[in-house]
Design a protein around this ligand. Sequence first.
Ligand code: ADP
Ligand code: TZD
Ligand code: MG
Length: 570
Amino acid sequence: MANETNSPSMTNGFHLVVDALKLNGLDTIYGVAGIPVTDLARLAQAKGIRYIGFQHEQSAGNAAAIAGYLTQKPGICLTVSAPGFLNAMVALANATTNGFPMIQISGSSDRAIVDLQQGDYEELDQMNAAKPYARAAYRVNRPEDIGIGLARAIRAAVSGRPGGVYLDLPASVLGATLDAETGARSLVRVVDPTPRQLPAPESVRRALEVLAKAERPLIILGKGAAYAQADADIRAFVEETGIPFLPMSMAKGLLPDDHPQSTAAARSYALAQADVVMLIGARLNWLLGHGKSPQWSPTAQFVQLDIAPTEMDSNRAIAAPVVGDIASSVSALRAMLTPGQIRPRSAWRDELAQRKQHNIERMATHLAANPDPMDFYSALGAIKGVLADQPEVYLVNEGANTLDIARNVIDMRMPRKRLDSGTWGVMGIGMGYAIGAAVASGKPVVAIEGDSAFGFNGMEIETICRYHLPIVTVVFNNGGIYRGDDVNRSGGADPGPTVLMKQARYEMLIEAFGGVGYCAVDPHGLAKALTDALASGKPALLNCAIDPTAGTESGHIGNLNPQSSVAQKN
Ligand code: ADP
Ligand code: TZD
Ligand code: MG
């Protein structure tokens, strides 16, 4: 191996990278091998780091990011120069956008040639290309700086608002030798990488005062709250104050969806009527209508718990900002809270309960209908039934209708089990997230994928089979993006822009790699196939026939399409 040093008293860049990762408890690498990092992957594996090799760097990056979200340790993604590096850049940017800690370590070509643009193999100024998409981007130019470079990358990934960090390792640094003692001394074990950030006591007091005046308070739990792993304290605060809560999609399960204080089933009413809203690790971005009317009351006051001070007043004035880490902030709130200080009006709780009941009944009617072919509700109702008894299963979810309807239909009962398209509404995360979750947790995963969403990184089915991961991929095959019944409106022979192959035999893809394929055409068959697949613990893919006319354009966010007199809707 190229990573072998000539003498036992010498070390080199490859060894130093692996030693630095191990020293910091980073025990898994998600990547794609090639020049100049192949031997880095081999050496890592030889020295006890788990290496998961992917088909495409984007999935490797997504796996690293979600592993970071689940473990609070930066997930490590390893890429080759230029194109491999760029392939992972969507995942790195997505991690930064969502606040998932990851480090993309990439090999790079000869600096002298790259900087003069003399045409090296896989030439690209990677560090500068990464900067706009990363929380931080660093390059290590000397082997003795590998330890400090990784330390800086770790801190940047997990302290404050977590995010994606880029670490550039030129081939020359990986191959460079150093005497072993100097090398060992250069390594850094990061002490307390995620230091607690205590909120100012006066900000805690102010927040409680604002909440105490509320008649119709509402707590919104975001994925920052889920990430913080302060589950017991958050639940205690919600229950002690009696404030109704609404989970953002990846915060579902932080408190169980069937908790009596959950207002998920009365979402729009709760947003519109609340007079004081407490955001815990959730941003007032597009997913919350930027906090503006008509979705929200124009007079509502906001309390916000966030680690990022600049998040305050980002979209709407925040009456009581509490800047700190959520675990510390919630615990400080509980410590200062006096019994009976916060009392939502009972009429508020009754109104919400009534709306909730109404909407739950409406949903039950949808779920009970048994149309042929299946629509999204009947298929998801079957999956909901199977997963109800298995709350430990991770649920990965992407698509448009497949995403929006599954989020509403499938209850979560444990924290951090729902992983989805998140802040960007990005497609192509499903396979990487499923693999990252399965590898990081050892637990089973069900990935509910729109047929379009699945296609972005569907080849990772091979990765799932190669590593024997307990992942069941359910493809909601409605023959297209949003719907499968659109036509070429010019009358030409090509299919319309949103059309995919309805007759596609997705289940055969996994059979090519030794996994088990199933077809489901009714809820009963779907429930049985999913139950069997989960019980087997083996990689499986369910091709699930969904009515091509059942979906709506862009799912629940069709209003975001620009209005056009040319494009005619169905
Ligand atoms: P959602 O999409 O669920 O609404 P967002 O990703 O928009 O959630 O918001 C998460 C917020 O949580 C971010 O503003 C981030 O800064 C914050 N955050 C993440 N981790 C922590 C933490 N440990 N403590 C405090 N705030 C955090
Ligand atoms: N590319 C990327 C990376 N992200 C995107 N969000 C899109 C394209 C646009 N897009 C959506 O917003 S949803 C979607 C695309 C292509 C696919 C929807 O089709 P689906 O789901 O089959 O996955 P449904 O159930 O048919 O709606
Ligand atoms: Mg589809």
